[in-house]
Design a protein around this ligand. Sequence first.
Ligand code: PMP
Length: 354
Amino acid sequence: MSRFFSSKFQALTPYTPGEQPKDTQYVKLNTNESPFPPSERVAKSAAAAAAGLQLYNDPTCSALSKKLAETLGVEADEVLLTNGSDEILNFAFMAFCDKDHPAAFADITYGFYKVFAALNGVPYTEIPLDDEYSIRVEDYLSLGKTVFIANPNAPTGKALALSEIEKIVASNPDNVVVIDEAYVDFGAESAVKLIRKYDNLLVTQTFSKSRSLAGGRLGFGVGSRALIRDLNTIKYSTNPYNVNSMTQAAGLAALQDEAQTKANCAVIRENRAYTSNALTALGFSVLESKANFVFAKSGQISGLSLYQQLKARGVLVRHFETPRLKDYNRITIGTKAQMDILLQNVREILEEQS
Ligand code: PMP
C-alpha cells in the first residue's frame, strides 16, 4: 500500500477472480464461462466495429438497448447496459444503499456483493443459508434493507421459484430488491416479467454465460423507468462510455442469434444432468443446479485435494476453502467431451485414493 492510499479503502479486501492461467492448456471448468465460442455473426460484427474505434462509442447503446428490450418484452428505457453485470451490481450498491438502507444478502452467495458493500461504505448483513444450502424465504420478508439475491445462487446453483422471489419483493415495498440472474437462462424462472408490477424490483443479467461473451463484458439491469434513471445518473457520473463499441456490436449480434443461445443452453442442461448423474454414481453429493455449474462433494476425498489433483492433471475447477464450502468444488458444465475428461480423471483419482 502506498502512503497515498485513501484511508477509506485501506481495509478493503478486493474480490478474487477465478484463475485465468495462461501457462497450461487446462480443461477450464472454473469460471462458469460458455464452452461455445460466439457465433461468426458476433465475431464479424465486433471486427467491423473495430474499424471505427477512432470515434467514441454510443453512450446510450441505443441499437442494443432497443433490441434487448424487444427480446425481453420491455421498453428501452426500462433497461441499462453495463460493462459486465458486475458494473450494474456496483451501480445498484451505489444508488440504492447507504447507512439508512443497508444491504442484505446470503452468507453463501456471489462473493462480490460483500466487496461492493465495503467499497461503497455500505453496512451489510449476511443471512445464513439453511442446512441444505437453500435461501429461506422467511428470512427475507419485510427486511427493511436493500436485498441482493443471486437466482440461481452461486456457488450452489440452487434456485428459488418465481413465486418465492415475488413474495420477497412484495414484502419489501420500500426497499429495492435486486435479483441477480447471471445464470437464469440455464433453467430458473426470470423475474423480468414482474418489473411493471413492482417498482422496487431490479433484475440483472449478463451476456457472459449463456451468450458466450464473458470477455466482451456486457451485462444489464431491467427495472422501472425511475430505477433505471437513477442507475443512469450513477453511470453518467462515473463512465458514460462504459460499453465499448465492439461489445455493443457483439451484443446486438448475439441477440440476433437467440436461437443459438437457446440451443447452447439446452446442451448445457443435458451435460449438467449427465455430469450430476455420473458424479452421484461415484459417491458425490451434488446440489440440484439450475445453473451452468454443479456444486459437488465427494464422500472419499477432501474438496481441496480433489481440486489440487485435478489441477495437476490439467482440469481446473473452482475451490473455496471456507468452512461450509471446503468439502465441495464448483464445476462448470462444458461440452460432453470436457465432462468426460473431468469424470475420467475423477475416477482415476478416487481409485488411487482407495
Ligand atoms: N453474478 C453472479 C452470481 C456471478 O457468478 C457473476 C460471474 N462471476 C456475475 C454476477 C458477474 O458476471 P459478469 O460481470 O461477467 O456479467
